[in-house]
Ligand binder design. Structure first.
Ligand SMILES: Cc1cc2nc3c(=O)[nH]c(=O)nc-3n(C[C@H](O)[C@H](O)[C@H](O)COP(=O)(O)OP(=O)(O)OC[C@H]3O[C@@H](n4cnc5c(N)ncnc54)[C@H](O)[C@@H]3O)c2cc1C
Length: 556
């Protein structure tokens, strides 16, 4: 028998959500934070623009709430929006107290104040930032603080494979008891037992060929929660960021929306502006509108990119406000201070996920989800820029408070069955995994991307079913690798996206289909809920979803 790891709280994911939750727990709690790669690798590290919160006295909570609801196209949960916005200033102050060095104003009269930038959909300047590398500043401070806490074990290169639920030991009480975790260093799958398990694994944008996300975004938490019996919600709402640098060597390099916020113009390669034809807000229209406009112009004219130009601003301003982007572009041969740069849209953010209430509860007892893997109801059909880091911080705080209140009255799970590797052999067929990975991401981009149709989605669905079959054969017989595990999760998430998109017979927020190009206002807006076979309806206590009329049962 191997020794089983044992913790009060097992947190899977070391981004803004997972680390904040760990730090908000009491120091007497024994906590493990897992990261499937290096600790800092995740979406948080790459966040550029900033964190939205009502900080300026001319701004108001109501304005932030109404902007968020406006972007969400009728699907935001008002309770979740208010909860997030009201706790925003405190969450930002917590980061300031932790030592995050946010950018301050330059003018002498106001140099004690933080510089606030403005992004699409926001009526006010309310985005606090650390130049254009806010994520690095936040992640660095969080990691330092976690490393200084002896009660928290930070375990890198530990990839969670699956959650362990009570039925695994013949119980019917629908509790999560921990997880099977691949220690990549040892090449072994080990048992982690915990009173509480938290999924903070980030989004799933790697399901698309072009993405601004790092390789970690394979939807592991969403797929694991689904397999454990949680519903998933609103998976059709995938945000495509309008502006990633277009260059063969610039994999995933995002050009923050703040460049447009500070006056950057989108142009056709001929130098002609086009955004006013799509929306009176021009470059500051919500991201879905800007991404679709670019996609449309590219498809209409056969261009492989459009241009983004901020060279009318002074070189000094550009270098101070966008130092990372300026340097990266210069490395690739573009001088942001003198010329327009080529950009394309790319998959950026997963609005859907595992439905939770305000405390991060899921359909499975003692299992919480926070951050981009969750569907809290904050974003609805479209995320407003810079609301996601805020969501990570606010929901991590309320989930931590809830867990803390139950720590002493919850007992550790008993010894759990080890991972069974008796039937598996080593395989030299890795080519199947890499081929399927490429195929999946390409058909998701072509058929279930920025512009969808019923026919394209049906094609994608047939292909995803084939891939699922192949993975199933492979998974049952060969030793698991991290690539295979991620592919299995990506294919699962792709299926959930396709099915959700097929159920929505209208265009709304980020979901745009040529077959139903208008929003259906004849009936109340409703969320798309997928229910796994393994779902105990009797124990469902909390959901973020607004309206469950559209509930659908899906075989898994
Ligand atoms: C380029 C870019 C720019 C952005 N800019 C902004 C911005 O300016 N403002 C804003 O609000 N939002 C921004 N976002 C979105 C925001 O960064 C993310 O939504 C947020 O950081 C998500 O945090 P998270 O903690 O949920 O996940 P992540 O930060 O992605 O962390 C996920 C963690 O989970 C771990 N993990 C995943 N699967 C497993 C597994 N199976 N086992 C173990 N560990 C696992 C990973 O290793 C990682 O540690 C941006 C995103 C990108 C990609």
């Amino acid at each position: 028998m191997h020794t089983q790891h044992q913790y009060d709280v097992l947190i899977i994911g070391s981004g803004a959500a997972g680390l904040s939750l760990a730090l908000r727990l009491p120091k007497r709690a024994r906590v493990a934070v897992l990261s499937k790669g290096p600790v800092k690798e995740g979406n948080t590290w790459y966040a550029q623009g900033g964190i939205s919160a009502v900080i300026d006295h001319k701004d108001s909570l109501d304005s932030h709430i109404s902007d968020t609801m406006g972007a969400g196209a009728g699907l935001c949960n008002p309770e979740a929006v208010r909860h997030t916005v009201e706790h925003g200033p405190e969450a930002v102050q917590w980061l300031i107290d932790l030592g995050v060095s946010f950018t301050r104003r330059e003018d002498e009269k106001h140099e004690d104040e933080f510089h606030l930038t403005r992004e699409g959909g926001h009526q006010h300047r309310r985005v606090i930032h650390a130049a254009d590398s806010t994520g690095q500043a936040v992640e660095t401070s969080l990691v330092e603080a976690v490393r200084a806490r002896p009660n928290i074990d930070l375990l890198e290169q530990h990839l969670a494979v699956d959650l362990i639920t009570a039925d695994r030991i013949g119980r019917k009480d629908n509790h999560c008891l921990g997880a099977y975790v691949l220690d990549r260093g040892k090449g072994k799958i080990e048992v982690f037992r915990a009173k509480f398990t938290v999924l903070a694994t980030g989004g799933a944008s790697k399901v698309y060929l072009y993405t601004s996300n790092p390789d970690t975004s394979t939807g592991d938490g969403i797929a694991m929660a689904w397999r454990a019996g949680c519903r998933v919600a609103n998976m059709e709402f995938n945000q495509f960021h309008p502006t990633c640098l277009y260059h063969p060597r610039a994999k995933s390099f995002l050009i923050t929306e703040a460049v447009r916020g500070e006056g950057g113009k989108l142009l056709l390669p001929s130098g002609k502006p086009f955004m006013q034809r799509y929306d009176p807000r021009g470059e500051l229209a919500p991201r879905d509108i800007v991404a679709r406009a670019i996609d449309n112009e590219m498809k209409r004219h056969g261009y492989d990119h459009v241009l983004l130009d901020i060279s009318h601003k002074s070189a000094d301003f550009i270098q101070k406000h966008f130092p990372t982007i300026y340097r990266r572009c210069l490395d690739l041969g573009f001088d942001l201070t003198r010329e327009a740069i080529p950009v394309v849209p790319a998959a950026h953010y997963t609005c859907g996920g595992v439905p939770t209430d305000l405390k991060g509860h899921t359909d499975v007892n003692n299992l919480y989800v926070v951050g981009e893997s969750a569907c809290t109801g904050l974003h609805g059909a479209n995320r407003m820029a810079s609301n996601s880091l805020l969501e990570c911080l606010v929901f991590a705080t309320s989930a931590a408070a809830d867990i803390s209140s139950k720590l002493d009255t919850t007992s550790l799970p008993p010894e759990l069955p080890e991972w069974d590797e008796s039937q598996v052999t080593d395989s030299d067929e890795e080519v199947v995994v890499s081929h399927n990975w490429d195929e999946l991401r390409r058909f998701m981009w072509d058929y279930v991307g920025i512009v969808r149709t019923d026919k394209r989605m049906e094609r994608a669905r047939r292909r995803v079913e084939l891939l699922q079959q192949e993975i199933q054969d492979y998974y049952g017989n060969f030793r698991v690798t991290s690539d295979l595990l991620e592919l299995r999760n990506l294919v699962q998430v792709a299926e959930l996206i396709i099915r959700s998109a097929q159920m929505r017979k209208e265009s709304r927020g980020l979901h745009y289909t040529l077959d139903y190009p208008e929003q259906n206002n004849d009936r109340p807006a409703s969320d798309t809920i997928l229910v796994p076979k393994k779902h105990d309806a009797g124990t469902v206590h909390h959901v973020a979803v607004k309206n469950v009329e559209q509930l659908s049962i899906v075989d898994n």
